[in-house]
Ligand binder design. Structure first.
Ligand code: KIV
Ligand code: ZN
Length: 512
């Protein structure tokens, strides 16, 4: 039998738990739409009880997405489940995902509960969630370190209580592939009513084994994998969706399930979108979505590929969307062509003002850069979303003087709290000078943890996309900026991070 493998994407929930990767409601909706275009089966949109912002984001995704199931996370508590049920009301198809820890260490140290109490609470939560939907998923958190006997007991009980998906998380990324596959096999064999539910897995990447563990589980009967775009997620991340999907697709001879329902050509677009929004760059040698994933450098390889592609390529770059980066618009394109292309990319603006703002930025960019690609448009829209009206700091102008043998000097004009300020500073390089000039006005005391520049498209006229990661009062925030001038892109990224540090974050964390 060749079953469908259900792809459950948790970029918007577990992915968002990466330090600095928090997303706005609109950003979540954009990513959710892109996942829907890929035909991802389930989109976990957030943890509604975590904060009012999370609640609104899950609701907005539930309103926007029509074809995929939208899921909300909840602890095994009535108040969490109520919040998830409420946020998911507008969804065409909704799932509540409830969880409680089952490993001895979590039960003893974190929950301070006896196993029987945990079992009772799990059953109660599943029954309670069924009041909202008959699509209920249960996760025994830290299953990878839980006693198999207890897992069998609790999972049998939650199936009887109405859970339709049993998700087995390797929460701390501790399992080994063979062992994790065996665990899934054992659970399926030993739980008497196991045929009444779908087995799912959710693996973390602390030992770099999230994808291997997930695939080993699939080989042993798991029929749902929880994963994230670019492997984003808590600590070292989750299993990367693109790797799971392409492994199952490419090795259809090996797996007894398929991902034929997915439009894999959307993968690269999704990857870029998530990277642009979160500011987490994709490493060049990352499988499937890295810039070098399909590049052949050595002469022997190039020669082989030219003679017959299959000599060194096991997948086609077009199948994951690499060739889709079309030159779509240019300097003479009108507003309608601009709007139409954005609609084709699944991007819609809520107001005409936003569209006008984006169109003005597009015209500016088209003046500097003759060929505008889809990725340029995605970056431009990210920038429109980043620059909220109520931002405290805005970049007005930047002039940098950089000359061989001279110390670079930057002059910056900023709006701060509605007032225009001008300043200048010198630095070790043009970017350093620009950041110092900004700091001389804002006095934020941000600690810069990371600075990285990536080209959005190819060529020397490509826009540079800059990511900065900063720390303020223990909180880590990412900022992004894009421009054909990388010093301007850097200043935009720094100001974006600055503005983000001012937005209060009052989210609860699911694992705490
Ligand atoms: O890693 C984990 O255990 C989780 C659960 C909430 C499923 O994210
Ligand atoms: Zn997780």
């Amino acid at each position: 039998m060749n079953d469908k493998l259900i792809i459950f994407d948790t970029t918007l929930r577990d992915g968002e738990q990466s330090p600095g990767a928090s997303m706005t409601k609109d950003e979540k909706v954009r990513i959710a739409r892109a996942l829907e275009r890929m035909h991802v089966d389930v989109i976990e949109a957030g943890f509604p009880i975590a904060s009012p912002g999370d609640f609104e984001a899950v609701k907005a995704v539930a309103e926007a997405v029509k074809d995929s199931t939208v899921c909300g996370l909840s602890r095994a508590l009535d108040k969490d489940i109520d919040r998830a049920g409420e946020a998911l009301k507008p969804a065409n198809s909704a799932r509540i995902h409830t969880f409680i820890a089952t490993s001895p260490i979590h039960m003893r140290e974190k929950l301070r509960m006896e196993p029987d109490q945990v079992l009772e609470q799990a059953v109660r939560a599943v029954k309670y969630a069924r009041k909202y939907t008959d699509n209920v998923e249960f996760s025994p958190e830290d299953a990878g370190r839980s006693e198999p006997d207890f897992l069998c007991r609790i999972l049998e009980a939650v199936i009887d209580a109405g859970a339709t998906t049993l998700n087995i998380p390797d929460t701390v990324g501790y399992s080994m592939p063979f062992q994790f596959g065996e665990l899934i096999k054992t659970l399926r064999e030993r739980i008497p009513n196991s045929d009444k539910a779908i087995f799912s897995v959710h693996c973390h990447n602390d030992l770099g084994l999230a994808v291997s563990n997930s695939l080993s589980a699939v080989a042993n009967g798991a029929r749902q994998v929880e994963c994230t775009i670019n492997g984003l997620g808590e600590r070292a991340g989750n299993a990367a969706l693109e790797e799971i999907v392409m492994a199952v697709k490419t090795r259809r001879d090996f797996f007894a399930c398929n991902v034929d329902h997915l439009d894999t050509t959307q993968i690269v677009t999704c990857s870029r979108l998530v990277s642009g929004i979160t500011g987490f760059p994709v490493q060049p040698n990352k499988a499937i979505v890295g810039a070098n994933a399909f590049a052949h450098e050595s002469g022997i390889h190039q020669d082989g590929v030219l003679k017959s592609r299959e000599t060194y390529e096991i997948m086609r770059a077009q199948d994951v969307g690499w060739s889709d980066n079309r030159m779509v618009l240019g300097k003479h394109s009108g507003r309608n062509a601009f709007r139409t292309r954005l609609q084709e990319l699944g991007i819609e603006f809520k107001t005409e003002d936003e569209l006008n703002d984006a169109f003005a930025r597009f015209k500016d960019l088209a003046d500097k850069k003759h060929e505008i690609y889809d990725d340029d448009l995605q970056a431009l829209v990210t920038e429109v979303n980043l620059s909220g009206e109520d931002e405290r700091f805005k970049l007005v102008a930047l002039r940098v003087c950089s000359e061989t043998g001279e110390t670079p000097d930057a002059s910056v004009t900023l709006i701060m709290d509605g007032e225009e300020k001008q300043t200048h500073a010198q630095g070790d390089g043009p970017v350093d000078a620009a950041f110092k000039a900004i700091e001389s006005v804002v006095h934020s005391g941000l600690e810069l943890l990371l600075y990285s520049v990536n080209n959005i498209t190819t060529g020397t006229d490509s826009q540079g996309e800059v990511t900065v990661r900063v720390k303020k009062d223990g909180r880590i925030v990412n900022g992004q900026g894009a421009d054909t001038d990388i010093v301007i892109a850097s200043a935009k990224a720094y100001i974006n991070a600055l503005n983000k540090t001012l937005v209060p974050e009052d989210r609860a964390h699911p694992q705490v």
